[in-house]
Design a protein around this ligand. Structure first.
Ligand code: FAD
Length: 316
């Protein structure tokens, strides 16, 4: 079932989770162990992130270096199918521009269709580790809106080979990313919202936000979106804080702020177990407030801390 249908049919705020595919070489069992305690909350859908290939330099025995391509977390599409099979829950694979040609993207979409997956979250992806700025793959997309257009085309039965006859239309429900604290490359919020609106006008069904720790920022973002003529559901993305290190890692990686009240509480903590308690309480307060204000879905980035998310959702 499509995410947008879940939202339209819901009588109350829904819950969804986001997980990463296992690291290459690991089995899927650890992912199931991660998801098992969360399934009692009947998530409407589960997102699975996408991780591009990277170029790395491996040292040879003679001391020289060899450039190799590695992909640490392959298998998003099949992980989605496996989760659907095991838990009978809808899944949302992320699709990114980075590292893909348009032909590879089309093949991935065709595979998703065969697997019975109705949803995709289309994203640009970040720059590869060895690049200073995002570089599209030769023959690949530059912006999420270009990738979105390819999915919209496929939904209209338009494939890359324009001489295919009697093509089947896909029916993907399409999500896109939004940034309550602005995408870090955008010169200002207004410009960022203009490009966000472009994605909605091109056919995206809903927005999922980057994580935020101050609900006021989410509410201001929703207001600004509505004023800009963006009227689709805006799903808040939420993440637990569980270690002192995150005080610097989260702002650096995701270009977001932590409110002073939260950072002060974390600074007082002696251990990461104490930080986890603070983070859990903060997430619960955030979640309760968002639910009270009628958000369509509470979307949790579970990232290795399913018990924290479970403790929060249990109390809602
Ligand atoms: P875009 O919408 O393409 O925007 C990128 C930048 O370009 C913005 O600054 C925007 O303002 C600007 N822009 C957009 N269109 C145009 C245009 N036509 N002309 C000029 N400027 C333009 N990354 C992964 O690698 N894998 C994942 O699974 C993943 N999941 C994510 C899930 C969520 C909910 C979020 C919020 C992010 C996720 N990311 C993921 C990270 C994401 O790929 C990065 O934030 C990336 O830098 C931007 O992606 P986007 O889809 O927002 O890009």
């Amino acid at each position: 079932m499509k995410v947008i249908d879940h939202i339209n049919q819901a009588k109350d705020t829904l819950v969804s989770f986001e997980v990463l595919p296992p690291l290459k070489g690991k089995g899927i069992e650890a992912l199931y162990k991660h998801l098992d305690p969360l399934m009692e909350f009947k998530p409407s859908f589960i997102n699975v992130t996408y991780h591009r290939s990277e170029h790395v330099f491996k040292k040879r025995t003679d001391g020289s270096f060899e450039k190799v391509i590695i992909r640490k977390r392959p298998g998003t599409e099949s992980i989605c199918a496996a989760i659907m099979n095991k838990y009978n829950v809808d899944t949302v694979p992320h699709l990114i521009c980075g590292g893909f040609s348009v032909n590879e993207t089309e093949d991935a979409l065709i595979n998703l269709r065969y697997l019975g997956i109705d949803n995709v979250l289309v994203l640009r992806g970040d720059a590869a580790k060895n690049e200073t700025a995002f570089e599209p793959e030769p023959g690949g997309h530059k912006y999420a809106s270009d990738l979105l257009q390819q999915v919209v085309n496929l939904n209209a039965g338009i494939y890359l080979e324009d001489d295919l006859k009697g093509t089947q239309k896909t029916e993907f429900c399409i999500g896109v990313a939004g940034y309550p604290e602005k995408h870090f490359e955008a010169p200002n919020m207004e410009t960022d919202l203009r490009y966000l609106k472009q994605k909605i006008d091109a056919g995206a069904d809903y927005i999922v936000t980057q994580m935020f720790f101050d609900n006021a920022k989410y509410y201001a973002f929703v207001k600004a979106c509505r004023e800009a003529g963006i009227n689709v559901p805006i799903i808040p993305g939420l993440k637990p804080v569980y270690s002192k290190k995150q005080l610097t890692v989260l702002p650096k990686t995701f270009h977001i702020d932590l409110p002073t009240d939260l950072s002060n509480e974390i600074l007082k903590c002696k251990t990461d177990e104490d930080v986890e308690k603070v983070g859990q309480e903060w997430l619960l307060t955030q979640s309760r407030d968002l639910k009270k204000n009628g958000v369509p879905v509470l979307h949790y980035y579970t990232l290795g801390k399913p018990h924290v998310v479970a403790n929060v959702v249990k109390q809602l």
